[in-house]
Every structure is written in C-alpha cells, then in structure tokens.
Design a protein around this ligand. Structure first.
Ligand SMILES: C[S@@+](CC[C@H](N)C(=O)[O-])C[C@H]1O[C@@H](n2cnc3c(N)ncnc32)[C@H](O)[C@@H]1O
Length: 218
C-alpha cells in the first residue's frame, strides 16, 4: 500500500514538475508576440513606478525592460524553471534583482515595506484572489500602488465566455492553473484599496483577449 502510495505521489510530483517546465517554455515562446502587442500600454502603466518594486509571478521577466533604472526589484516566482530566464534577462538589462520564496498568497515581505506591487497575467492563476489582494495591501506602504495588467473573463452571455468556460480544464492544465474566465475585477473592486483606476480593453489574441489594466492605491 505504502509503496503504491509513494509511487503515486512521486508520479504526481513528476507531472507537476513537467507542467511547470512546459509553462516556462511556453511563456518564453509566446512572450515576444504578446509583448509587441502590450508594450505601449505597459510603458504608460509603469511610467511613474519608483522605489522598491515587488513583482508577483514575474515569469521569464518580460516586464523588467519597462522599469526605470533606479528601482529596487524583488520577485516572487514560485516556478523555479522561470528563474534561469528571469536572471538572464536581468543580467542583459544590468538590473540587480532579488528573488524571494513564497507566493502571491503568502508574500515574503514585511508589512508596509514596498512602494509598488506589479502583476501581469498572474491573477488568473492564483489559488485565492481575495487573499492575494489582502497580501498585496499588507506589503504596500501607505499610499503604495498596485499596478496590474491581466486577462479576464469575456462579457457574460457572449460566445467567447462560453468557450472560456468550456475549455477551462484543459487550459488550466496546460497553463499551470490559468483560469480564462475569471472576473478578477469584481474581487478587486471590493478588495479595500483606497483608490482604484482601471479600464477594460481587448487584445487581439485568441481566448484571452479581454483584459483589464490599471492602478490600485493602498
Ligand atoms: C502567465 S505567467 C505570466 C508571467 C509574467 N508575469 C508575464 O507577464 O509574462 C503566470 C506567472 O504567474 C506565476 N504564478 C502562478 N501562480 C502564482 C502564485 N500563486 N503566486 C505567484 N506567482 C504565481 C507563474 O509561475 C507564472 O510565472
């Protein structure tokens, strides 16, 4: 019994490792096209970012190139297969980085210790959205800003929304937990930030075209 149990556990661990490795490879593959389409919006979004910046789920590091040179950057990236790419990108840009453990739901940072938190294409995957927003508020200094750009659910009642719901299990398996039909904005609106400015927009990509981007202030 025990041996079978251990073997099953080991197989699941191997599967999880493979899924994470695949996701890192996939993000690297698609990031050039995605960044070409989101570059202008990200440059505008991150324009006034400063001080200590903590990015949750930075992946292979596509956002590093948008930041001003004088920031102090901390990353919380639970997929270890992303790290090699992230470090290579930071080195290419000459940006010192600090990688910490934890996750968006359990950020390894002191209360009120960072000026900004950044999240792009991460909130679709976190296990607990409300808890993640509480953690983001906790680590931000008073007046600190949360910058986000996220793909979200299509409008209810649309064909795209039905497709997003139907393919969710397969999408989630291939995308390391990504939920294509998450109404992220509705949780964000009640997350207790003192100010929230964001817009809905659509990117010309299949399935995950609907997006939100904006800033929430602690
Ligand atoms: C779709 S990728 C986006 C990567 C990068 N932010 C970008 O814009 O290309 C999602 C990232 O979120 C990370 N992630 C998933 N769940 C997370 C969690 N609970 N806490 C922190 N990061 C998480 C994944 O490991 C992955 O790097």
């Amino acid at each position: 019994m025990c041996a079978i149990g251990s073997a099953g556990h080991a197989n699941r661990a191997v599967d999880a490792g493979l899924a994470k490795r695949f996701h890192a490879w996939l993000m690297l593959k698609i990031s050039e096209t995605y960044e070409a389409r989101s570059r202008e919006r990200k440059l505008a979004l991150f324009e006034d970012i400063s001080g200590t910046v903590l990015e949750i789920g930075p992946g292979t590091g596509p956002n590093l190139k948008y930041y001003p040179a004088n920031i102090y950057w901390i990353g919380i990236e639970p997929n270890p297969f992303m790290h090699v790419h992230l470090k290579a990108e930071a080195q290419r840009l000459g940006l010192p980085i600090e990688l910490r453990g934890g996750s968006a739901e359990r950020i390894e940072a002191e209360d009120g210790s960072v000026d900004a938190v950044v999240s792009t294409l991460v909130l679709c995957s976190v296990a607990d959205l409300a808890h993640t927003f509480r953690e983001i508020r906790r680590v931000l200094k008073p007046g600190g800003r949360f910058y986000f750009l996220e793909h979200v659910a299509a409008r209810r009642g649309t064909a795209l929304r039905s497709v997003q719901r139907l393919i969710r299990p397969l999408w989630s398996a291939l995308g390391d937990g990504c939920q294509p039909d998450r109404e992220t904005w509705s949780v964000l609106e009640t997350a207790g930030f003192s100010r929230l400015e964001y817009e809905h927009f659509t990117m010309k990509i299949p399935i995950t075209g609907p997006h939100i981007a904006g800033v929430a202030v602690k």
